[in-house]
Design a protein. Structure first.
Lengths: 310, 335, 380
């Protein structure tokens, strides 16, 4: 049996972790924007599915991964507009409209897959890019610097999101709207416009997350490809206490747990597989419980804003 | 009372709805002069899953083509019927529409078949994978001895892996996912006991992304060949394709189209012989009572070598020898 | 004590007595949402080269046009109603229970265990015992997120989703070994199902040649019980008060976290009951895929029933019929079954999106009434 604590195993666990965390990062960072503006979008999973399908389909037809990515973003935007329309303009219960969006995305993506593609096919997705010099560093090189474009983009998005939220007026406005929409309204911030923007930005990133699954991680599409990953992404936002760095930590931890349980099985450690698969979920609940981030929750999260009535 | 109002409102709406849609209430009945044979199948996943459901659906399409098209054999399907009451309702519905043969293609449909079949004594029911016909005269049961092809795949994998390591990516350790892997492991160890086999179970029949990650983990730990079962293994195949030098051994359906240079062979469930047999029996008036087990010996299981992958002659000879030994009973794939 | 109503959702039923118009509006809007979704889906059907009138005709026929169809709709309505009632209770306390799937699984495991462990108990004892076990196990699975919310403020949507995954793996674990059918092991088929329950644990079938079972009465009884609980008991009153205005409730001495925990526990219990009833009435054993997505679709049923226990009764029948009819439609015109989910998603979006219109129409009307009769009591 291989030594569990060997260098190769550790490097393997970390490589799988990085790959698995990419879709989570896009989706959860996007959801962070949405939630900071006060809108919980539970439909992330559905957006990922529909966008993931279109990304896959575009690559299948043209072989161009960039076109796939662009199409995924566009589909994300469309789904984001639907979510905003229902939840912001029409003031629906966000939890429920999100579930509606998820079911719609699930059904629509399977339907289109069945009609347009028919059977499972693989595509060539984003190819790994080795960063010169950095990629040759022993141990860290293969883990961090021999990934594909989407992986780099996901990790780059963490500081970018942090910068937007903490250092720009836009970020301030988003947070103001999520904390106290009435007050934001009274100083002339257009609450609905900011919420539309945040939800759509989140949905576009969810679209990229779907593309990351279908043309970067799995390189194929199948019914319910996400298997609930979008919901995990929403959980990671709470987990990360609405901060991009916290979300990064959550995404890495969850992916690490998944990766570690797979390695446990591969190394032949005697744990029942079902219990190993449970591990990431149990861990998430435990960390949700002990992490005390509650103070940062946007005060108006999950609450509709009625202008001039509050 | 409120409840009354709700009830009245509901009734009103129901009536309005009925009148609005009553136009379409003409269920298409059996028409035409020479009545075709009618077969309906209910499946737990999609007809295009490149695995269990597809193996049945393509067998039916093949028979339809052989018999001369839809005018001779009418086919209907219900897919993604993972909800058992839905499946039961579909089975009953097909039976009452007068289908000659109704197939419940999933082991979870057993209880439903057991209940429904006695109500339609002139309809043939077939279900699998199991061997239990419940003592009913109009029920056939069928299963596949997945361990047999698993054994052959195991022999091939043991001879072809260049790393001395083989990875198995399974969904949940039940049914033919379990028996296939038992046979596979036996095939490997009988051929070369020094080879390390590691197994992962993802806990889901449909989680493609996790299956991909599992396969990548095997590859990272040095596996030179992979196999696995369920509709989610397409994820494993994708991972093998991305790695480029890892061989794949398929089961349930011919998985060569997914990665033509890497799929060595697939165990294919060929239900055509069994269905033809049931059709012939039905015509002669024998409506059930038998349990079919697809084996290498009766031709229900086939090893489909991938024409785009060249297997060394010596290796292929050993695989063929294993097939013969399993057929003759000299080797037991699952003791 | 008078608690100020939030003006956000279509969920309050504290409307003035005899306000027939408002009541009709609230109950009919969800159905309008269904029709709107079907209307849009008609275009998808046209794109699939299918005649929508034929397809929807088959749907209606399949759901309510025959004894078999109607029974099947009721079979589906039973778990939808129970899960939906739980969602109602939770919603009244401002918590959303997305954990139905896991709670159904736990309930069915406990009920199956009870029946297989005590097969010799007489029917009158065994059936209630199984149901109690199922209820308690589901309640336990709802209590955990409830407790986490009350004690640690862990968001219940997320913890219940995690609990679903854990329950699913627990079921996988049990069906791979401890609970696997000994016959399947003997025959070498290793099917993911338990042994068959003893006949003394079977719920009676009500209509011959259908699956309709007596569990439907249990579900109906619980609908009435939940209504009485929420509107005629102190605890029920407190739960509603928490949902309507947590702050005011807190100031008037109601323990908000406790009531939220209680409501999630009860919701879990009802879902657990749905699970054990599925086992005893439909499958007669526990098997993979048992939940049938009821944990999620139950939320939709509750929503269609305006989140009112008695509204959920017709809503779950209608929705169960919709699901049954959709399958019939799939068989009749052979369209991909995925379309059904797309339609369901649209329904949820339309229904949840109609809340504002209801709110505005009611508000306008109330303002009008106030002008005409300023003495009439209106709520803030």
């Amino acid at each position: 049996m291989t030594n569990i604590f060997s260098f190769e195993v550790l490097s393997g666990v970390l490589r799988t972790m990085i790959a698995l965390s990419t879709p989570f990062l896009f989706a959860a960072l996007g959801e962070t924007f949405s939630q900071l503006s006060g809108v919980v979008n539970l439909g992330v999973d559905g957006i990922m599915l529909l966008a993931g399908f279109f990304a896959f389909y575009a690559v299948l037809l043209t072989g161009n991964v960039w076109l796939g990515l662009l199409l995924a973003m566009f589909i994300g935007l469309l789904m984001g507009l639907i979510m905003s329309l229902v939840s912001v303009t029409l003031k629906a219960q966000q939890g429920i409209s999100g579930i509606g969006l998820q079911i719609f995305g699930l059904g629509m993506s399977s339907l289109l897959f069945k009609v347009l593609v028919g059977t499972v096919k693989t595509v060539s997705g984003f190819a790994p890019i080795k960063i010169p010099l950095l990629g040759d560093i022993p141990f860290f090189g293969p883990i961090l610097f021999r990934n594909n474009f989407l992986v780099y983009a996901a990790f780059l998005l963490v500081p970018v999101s942090w910068w937007i939220l903490e250092k720009t007026t836009l970020g301030l406005k988003i947070k103001a709207v999520g904390q106290n929409p009435a007050a934001a309204d009274s100083v002339g911030i257009n609450v609905n416009r900011i919420r539309y923007f945040s939800v759509c930005l989140g949905a576009i990133l969810a679209g990229v997350a779907g593309a990351a699954l279908s043309i970067s991680v799995a390189n194929l599409f199948q019914d319910n490809l996400t298997a609930g990953q979008g919901f995990i992404a929403v959980a990671l936002v709470y987990f990360g206490g609405w901060s991009p760095i916290g979300v990064l930590g959550g995404a890495l931890l969850f992916s690490f747990a998944t990766s570690a349980q797979l390695w446990l099985q591969v190394l032949g450690i005697q744990v029942p597989a079902s219990l190993a698969v449970m591990l990431p979920y149990i861990l998430t609940i435990i960390v949700l419980t002990i992490s005390v981030n509650r103070g940062k929750q946007p005060a108006a999260l999950n609450k509709q804003f009625f202008r001039g009535e509050n | 009372m409120k409840s009354n109002r709700i009830f009245v409102a509901f009734l009103l709406l129901a009536v309005v709805a009925s009148t609005a849609f009553a136009v379409g209430d003409k269920e298409a009945g059996a028409t035409g002069a020479a009545k075709p044979l009618r077969i309906a199948v209910v499946m737990p996943s999609a007809t295009t899953d490149l695995a269990f459901s597809q193996s049945m659906w393509s067998a039916l399409l093949k028979i339809q083509a052989e018999m001369g098209g839809p005018s001779k054999l009418e086919l209907k399907y219900s897919e993604n019927m993972f909800n058992v009451p839905d499946a039961a309702s579909a089975l009953r519905d097909y039976a009452s529409q007068g289908f000659d043969i109704v197939i419940g293609h999933g082991s979870q449909y057993g209880s439903s078949i057991r209940e429904i079949a006695p109500d339609f004594p002139t309809t043939v029911f077939a279900w699998g994978t199991d061997v239990n016909t419940f003592g009913l005269p109009n029920v056939y049961a069928y299963t596949a001895a997945a361990e047999q092809g698993g054994y052959v795949n195991g022999v091939l994998a043991a001879l072809l892996t260049k790393t001395g390591k083989i990875g198995v990516t399974g969904p949940v350790e039940v049914g033919d996912a379990k028996t296939y892997i038992i046979g596979f492991v036996n095939g490997v160890t009988a051929t070369d006991a020094r080879i390390t086999i590691s197994k992962t179970w993802t806990g889901s029949f449909s989680d493609v992304a996790l299956m991909t990650a599992a396969a990548k983990t095997h590859i990272a730990s040095g596996a030179g060949a992979l196999t696995g079962s369920s509709q989610s293994v397409v994820g494993s195949i994708g991972a093998a394709k991305e790695a480029g030098n890892v061989l794949w051994f398929g089961t349930q359906a011919d998985q060569a189209p997914l990665a033509s240079g890497l799929v060595v062979a697939s165990q294919v469930y060929d239900w055509t012989g069994m269905i033809k047999d049931i059709i012939a029996n039905q015509k002669s008036g024998k409506l059930g009572g038998d349990a079919y087990v697809l084996t290498l010996a009766n031709g229900g299981l086939k090893i489909a070598y991938n024409p785009s992958y060249t297997i060394p002659a010596a290796v292929k000879a050993k695989a063929e020898a294993a097939i013969q030994a399993i057929k003759s009973g000299a080797i037991k794939a699952m003791p | 004590m008078r608690i100020r109503l939030p003006r956000t959702t279509s969920t309050d039923h504290e409307h003035g007595k005899g306000d027939w118009f408002e009541f009709m509006l609230r109950t009919s809007f969800p159905f309008l949402g269904v029709f709107a979704a079907l209307f849009i889906s008609a275009f998808v059907l046209l794109l699939l080269k299918t005649n929508p009138i034929v397809a929807y005709g088959a749907m209606l026929q399949g759901a309510f046009g025959s004894i078999n169809g109607l029974s099947q709709s009721l079979v589906k309505a039973t778990p939808l109603l129970l899960v939906g009632l739980g969602v109602c209770i939770a919603f009244k306390a401002s918590v959303i229970n997305v954990g139905g799937e896991g709670q159904i699984i736990l309930g069915s495991i406990a009920g199956t265990w009870m029946a297989l462990t005590f097969p010799d108990l007489p029917k009158v004892v065994l059936i209630p015992a199984c149901m109690t076990a199922g209820f308690l196990a589901g309640a336990f699975w709802g209590f955990i997120p409830g407790m986490l919310k009350a004690r640690f403020k862990v968001n219940e949507i997320l913890s219940t989703i995690m609990m679903n995954s854990i329950a699913l793996q627990l079921l996988n674990f049990l069906l791979q070994g401890p609970m696997m059918d000994p016959e399947g092991i003997k025959a070498g088929t290793f099917l993911a199902q338990s042994a068959r329950l003893p006949e003394s644990a079977w719920l009676a079938r009500l209509v011959p040649r259908t699956m309709l079972h007596s569990g439907v009465y249990v579900a109906l009884a619980f609908a009435v019980a939940v209504y009485i609980f929420l509107w005629r008991t102190t605890i029920g009153y407190q739960i509603r008060a928490v949902g309507l205005n947590p702050q005011a409730s807190h100031y008037s001495g109601i323990n908000v976290p406790f009531n939220q925990m209680l409501s999630l526990t009860l919701a879990g219990g009802l879902s657990g009951l749905a699970g054990v009833i599925e086992v005893m009435g439909v499958h007669r054993r526990i098997l993979e895929g048992l939940t049938g997505g009821y944990g999620f679709t139950g939320i939709v049923a509750a929503l269609l029933g305006s989140l009112h226990p008695l509204g959920v009764v017709p809503a779950s029948v209608l929705f169960g019929g919709l699901l049954v009819g959709a399958n019939t439609m799939q068989r009749a015109v052979q369209i991909p079954s995925a379309l059904i989910n797309a339609i369901l998603g649209l329904i949820v979006l339309f229904v949840s999106g109609s809340a504002l219109w209801i709110h505005q129409i009611i508000k306008k009307r109330k303002t009008a009434t106030m002008v005409v009769s300023p003495t009439k009591e209106t709520q803030a």
